[in-house]
Design a protein around this ligand. Sequence first.
Ligand code: ADP
Ligand code: MG
Length: 253
Amino acid sequence: MMPLLNVERLSKSFGTHQVLKTIDLTVSAGDVTCIVGPSGSGKSTLLRCLNYLEVPTSGVIYLEGEPVGVRWRGNKLFRMSFNELSVQRQKMGMVFQGFHLFPHKTALENIIEAPMIVKGKSRQQVTEEALLLLDKVGLRNRADYYPRQLSGGQQQRVAIARSLAMQPTLMLFDEPTSALDPELVGEVLAVMRQLAEEGMTMVVVTHEMSFARDVADHLVFMDSGVIVEAGHPRDVLSNPQHSRTRSFLARVL
Ligand code: ADP
Ligand code: MG
């Protein structure tokens, strides 16, 4: 079966600084892939390349067999138009460390904005869908609250619901709990765990090793722009093969 996401020899440099070094990564539909590694190892850059928020220096990312951000013409790759790219990006929901909600819109309005504008659905239809999503993240009774009236954990759950409203094929999470007070981390991880159980394909950059151990199908350890080691979390965590993995795990476990 064709993988949902296939990263082939992805490299990214900023000036002379090569941040990603020929990364290969495959994600099957329904899989949860957790990416861990020290700060500065290139995790966010990798995630941002996946949906072309960063333009790779070389290499190709395939989503459902289609190259992301580029088109083959003959044997050459050309950048696709912004409209084409927007359609591809809609397939990849992204949740960041900060919640990035519109501060002047309620939770419900935050969720319905994009599907209404981008997908051209009616307000009534997207509102019904949004209320179901708020239910899913446990915030049905906060629909009319503004972000400032919500805790960080609640805001992040709204941000997840907002991403889901676009019916993505793949969800990307970049340290979604890192900005939260410790007591709020669990409620966000619980929503993510439920999403995983429902079969959502997810790529999650996280420092939450227990989440990675319990939920991930695939654990990737990155350091200095390379995938040092990858495999089932049980194997990587209990029997790391590389000294860099071992010293990282010794610090975080
Ligand atoms: P991580 O998410 O693992 O902490 P990042 O992907 O954010 O790592 O960063 C990897 C490296 O790339 C860091 O050295 C960072 O300073 C550098 N970097 C990231 N984004 C940029 C950018 N836009 N311009 C220049 N350097 C960048
Ligand atoms: Mg990062």
